[in-house]
Design a protein around this ligand. Structure first.
Ligand code: G3P
Ligand code: CA
Length: 252
């Protein structure tokens, strides 16, 4: 996994210009040449996984309420596009729909579980079931895996590794927490995911991870200087809100 140009991950899709987690953002990520797409997943009241970051829908839609208290049909009736692009209404995207897009466009997915503790592992259970249903939970080389699960929650990572050994997982956090390797080892994470701010403080985190056989996924890398930092360190995956710009910076 070490060496070479880093893979570009479109964070919430091409969310710098398009409304995050919408089809327009995901399709733009593909058009801009991202190697992979990052998305957050949450469970609806009727147990569907949808691509949303926040606990509630107010910031990114014209609706109100907590995702966990709304059915998929309620969310599908809301507009998740116009807050960012006035006059361009868009529905919520389900994980199944995003998987179809990733498959058709041959892009990898980095799926982040949110608030797994609250649902007692139900998010991971549903996620693993979805990956199995789509045939995406088979063992693969780490770089070739079609889906990688990422989470700030050690217990979420551990549950995914236990229930879907063929799916790689990344433990997210600050570099200072990930540096020693103990946290990742405890949950059998094959990768670590430091924020770029924390990586600036502890750039040695990447080499230490590599020495332990782990790859690094860094977020959210939106400036030229940070892209150069990550690339110079040999960070394998760079998550950015601006995939096209990042691609051209990597090309030099
Ligand atoms: O890719 C990891 C990163 O997305 C974590 O932060 O808040 O954007 O989900 P957040
Ligand atoms: Ca995320």
């Amino acid at each position: 996994m070490a060496g070479g140009v880093a893979g570009v991950v479109a964070h919430r899709g091409a969310s710098g210009e398009y409304p995050e987690h919408t089809m327009s953002a995901f399709e733009a990520a593909v058009a801009e040449g991202a190697d992979a797409i990052e998305c957050d997943v949450r469970l609806t009241k009727d147990q569907h996984l949808v691509c949303l970051h926040d606990r509630t829908v107010e910031r990114t839609s014209d609706g109100t309420g907590a995702v966990s208290e709304l059915d998929l049909a309620d969310l599908k009736a809301m507009d998740f596009g116009s807050w960012k692009r006035p006059g361009h209404p868009e529905p919520v995207v389900t994980l199944d729909e995003l998987i179809e897009l990733a498959r058709a466009s041959e892009r990898k997915l980095f799926v982040e579980t949110k608030h797994p503790v609250r649902f007692g592992g139900m998010v991971e259970q549903k996620l693993v079931a979805a990956l199995q249903r789509h045939g995406l939970a088979k063992p693969a080389d780490l770089r070739d895996a079609p889906v990688t699960v990422i989470s700030f929650s050690g217990s979420a990572v551990w549950r995914v590794r236990r229930n879907a050994p063929g799916v790689p997982a990344v433990l997210l956090g600050e570099a200072s927490r990930l540096l020693g390797g103990g946290a990742a080892t405890a949950v059998r994470a094959q990768g670590i995911g430091p924020s770029v701010e924390s990586l600036r403080e502890r750039p040695d985190t990447v080499a230490k991870a590599r020495a332990a056989g782990r790859f690094t996924y860094c977020w959210t890398v939106d400036s030229e200087v940070d892209v150069a930092l990550c690339n110079g360190l040999g960070v394998e995956w760079i998550a950015t809100n601006h995939p096209a710009r990042t691609r051209s910076w990597l090309r030099g």
